[in-house]
Design a protein. Structure first.
Length: 374
């Protein structure tokens, strides 16, 4: 199979972790007889620096002509004073909209070897395996009107900012169906998270999700207010299966889930639903550690597994990468975010190399077993 991808390394630690993810992807492709066609483009602060646009036209064109997009991270504090449309994050939001990627999938799985990395007791976190299904193109991040009144000497202390949370029934219906379909392949439980006691958007959300659930009688649906869900995520994380929620709530809860399983650096994500899938680790650009060679590449590498599974339906290849990551962690290798005081942390490139070696070993082992049974 030809795997045609656009690579957007982005900002901060993005280029560092993306490089390791691409190496792991190359190892899997070689092992299973696939061919990669990669084109590299700019987004975010890197694009602003080069062409004063966080999402250049040639980047959009490249992404739309690919089967999938693999991205590192977007964001740089050097552009915090820029107007909204010229900030790095504006490029990411525009890209999601251009690709039509309305469903963001964020798994949070505790690797058994990392029980000691969670701030929670092992007996509480053991067995955690949840999938957060976040609506990605609505809510406060995209709702109009939005504004902040102009600053002037006479208006000091009296300015006003406006953001709008807005959802339509079709937007809720489509993300709900994604959650229920995924739940059918898992433990058949969906927890819909909202704030229906306060927000009209959430009342509509709850009503529509309840209606869509009637088409999936095998799936158990429950509703939870977001503040209560945040508490339960810490108290009983292994009880969660599929969490369905809107844009901002999903953004917050998925970061909390990263803390539960040990590090935000472990979390992968897939943004699907449109013509082209967008795949990126959850951790962001982390400018404070960029260029130091200490970033955890596992989130980016696990993102490649999601890309193989959801865009190309290559389950064996996806599992090969996930098994390789698990194997490296069992052997005790840790980057700085995972290492305890008694462990020696390895670099970004060293962790990537060990995963690639584990992928190659897995492919060789599978090939030898196939020959013996032939």
């Amino acid at each position: 199979m030809i795997l045609k991808l656009t690579i957007l390394s982005g900002d901060g630690i993005g280029p560092e972790v993306t490089e390791q993810a691409v190496l792991a992807l190359q190892a899997v492709a070689n092992g299973f007889g696939h061919r990669l066609e990669l084109q590299h483009k700019l987004i975010g602060a890197a694009a602003l620096t080069a062409v004063n646009d966080p999402l250049p036209a040639d980047t959009i064109q490249a992404c739309l002509s690919s089967a999938a997009v693999l991205m590192g991270a977007v964001g740089s504090p050097g552009f915090d004073h820029y107007p909204n449309h010229l900030r790095p994050e504006a490029g990411l939001l525009r890209l999601r909209r251009e690709l039509g990627a309305f469903a963001n999938l964020r798994p949070a799985v505790l690797f058994p070897a990392l029980e000691d990395c969670s701030p929670l007791r092992p007996e509480i976190v053991r067995g955690t395996d949840m999938l957060i299904v976040r609506e990605l193109l609505g809510g406060l991040y995209f709702g109009q009107p939005r504004s902040i009144s102009a600053k002037s000497e006479s208006s000091s202390g009296s300015r006003e900012a406006i953001n709008t949370m807005r959802y339509s029934e079709p937007e809720i219906e489509r993300i709900a169906r994604v959650a229920f379909e995924l739940a059918m392949k898992r433990r058949r439980k969906v927890l819909s998270v909202d704030k229906a006691n306060v927000l009209e958007c959430s009342r509509l959300w709850r009503e529509v999700v309840t209606r869509i659930a009637q088409g999936y009688p095998e799936v158990k649906l429950a509703h939870q207010y977001v503040d209560s869900a945040a508490m339960l995520l810490v108290q009983r994380p292994k009880d969660f299966d599929v969490i369905l929620t809107e844009n901002m709530f999903g953004d917050i809860l998925s970061d909390q889930a990263g803390g539960v399983v040990g590090s935000l650096g472990l979390l992968a994500s897939a943004s699907i639903g449109g013509a082209v899938g967008l795949y990126e680790p959850v951790h962001g650009s982390a400018p404070d550690i960029a260029g130091k060679g200490i970033a955890n590449p596992l989130g980016a590498i696990l993102t490649v597994a999601m890309l193989l599974r959801h865009t190309f339906q290559l389950e064996r290849e996806a599992s090969c990468i996930e098994d390789a990551v698990g194997s490296v962690l069992v052997q005790g290798w840790r980057t700085a975010d995972l290492a305890s005081k008694t462990q020696t942390a390895i670099s970004t490139t060293e962790m990537g190399r060990r995963v690639v070696d584990a992928v190659k070993s897995s492919v060789i082992s599978a090939s030898e077993k196939k020959e013996k049974t032939a």
